[in-house]
Design a protein around this ligand. Structure first.
Ligand code: RIB
Length: 312
């Protein structure tokens, strides 16, 4: 089984659904409140796990009730907690999410808490897992030191390093060089490059700036428009799946990144991996929540065949 490893966040999501999102100072009447397992790291690893990979996430949580909710989810999913430190003195990360029932869009405040305890040491404690991994995956909900350490080990063992630069922070020194796949959305691409990403030409320009910094392959996710891929030899545009009805787009980027990591780990050609990831994201938006909304492999394969005529 293909294996994906990396540092990532465990966050308990508290989500309120309302017909519209309130403006600053406004109180909007909502309809539903849900608690659920989330965190960009955990969502992406869940997506990779359900897509067929063996996953190991390096993380940290408290032993509070939010931490127990995350633990229960890992037990139910059959996901490894070997590198998840649980400590009585930490608080589990949490997020306040608002979802509009009109357009399925969201707003998020994330409180990293225990995830900020995941540093270089925690990543190196899992070094043996990198040597036989097939892909290394990271985001920015732990510490920059943890992400740098993950890239260092990915390079040491010649494993593809995938970085989803979310939430966007100033890139730590030395991180760009040698990233195999950098996967910003339009907003993150603009923050990283200064290029407002609206057209395909903008994607091209933003990618060139990232190549100049040492990134090997750039994937810009464009929401309902699809995904743009570029490396110095190849350019691809993968359209989004439009046959699905979106009810909650929270975690769609995570479904894409986790699906993509699983596909790269399996050794799929990049175009097929992007289609696989696109299908994973499309299914996730048809469900409420984040971690629990990630699709199973069979669902992705069925949509891949229906939408792209691709059989794996
Ligand atoms: O990408 C969605 C995730 O971002 C949510 O699950 C929330 O925890 C935030 O970290």
């Amino acid at each position: 089984m293909a294996k994906v490893i990396g540092p990532g966040s465990l966050i308990a999501d508290v989500t309120g659904f309302a017909p519209h999102l309130p403006a600053a100072g406004e109180t909007a009447k909502g309809t539903t409140l849900r608690f659920g397992p989330g965190g960009k790291g955990s969502n992406q690893m869940t997506a990779a796990h359900r897509a067929g990979a063996d996953v190991k996430m390096i993380s940290c949580r408290g032993n509070d009730f939010l931490g127990m909710m995350m633990h229960d989810f890992y037990v139910r999913e059959g996901m490894s907690e070997e590198y998840i430190r649980a400590d009585d003195s930490f608080e589990t990360g949490s997020a306040l999410i608002e979802v509009s029932e009109t357009n399925a869009q969201n707003r998020i405040i994330v409180i990293l808490a225990a995830n900020e305890k995941v540093g270089r040491e925690a990543v190196f404690a899992a070094e043996k897992e990198f040597s036989d991994a097939d892909a290394v995956l990271a985001q920015f909900e732990t510490t920059p030191e943890a992400v740098l350490a993950a890239k260092e080990l990915a390079k040491k063992y010649h494993k593809p390093f995938i970085l989803n630069p979310a939430p966007c922070i100033p890139m730590p020194d030395g991180l760009y060089d040698g990233i195999d796949y950098l996967t910003p959305n339009e907003t993150e691409a603009e923050l990283l490059t200064g290029v407002k990403v609206e057209t395909e030409e903008d994607c091209r320009l933003a990618s060139e700036k990232l190549f100049a910094l040492g990134v090997r392959n750039v994937i810009i996710t464009l929401g309902s428009r699809g995904a743009y891929f570029r490396n110095p030899e190849k350019e691809l545009f993968i359209p989004a799946v439009t046959s699905v009805k979106a009810i909650d787009t929270t975690g769609a980027g995570d479904a894409f990144n986790g699906g993509f990591a699983a596909a790269v780990a399996e050794g799929l050609p990049v175009e097929d991996a992007l289609k696989f990831a696109t299908c994973a994201a499309a299914i996730s938006v048809t469900r409420l929540g984040t971690g629990p909304s990630m699709p199973q492999r069979e669902e992705i394969l069925a949509l891949l065949k229906e939408e792209f005529g691709l059989t794996l």
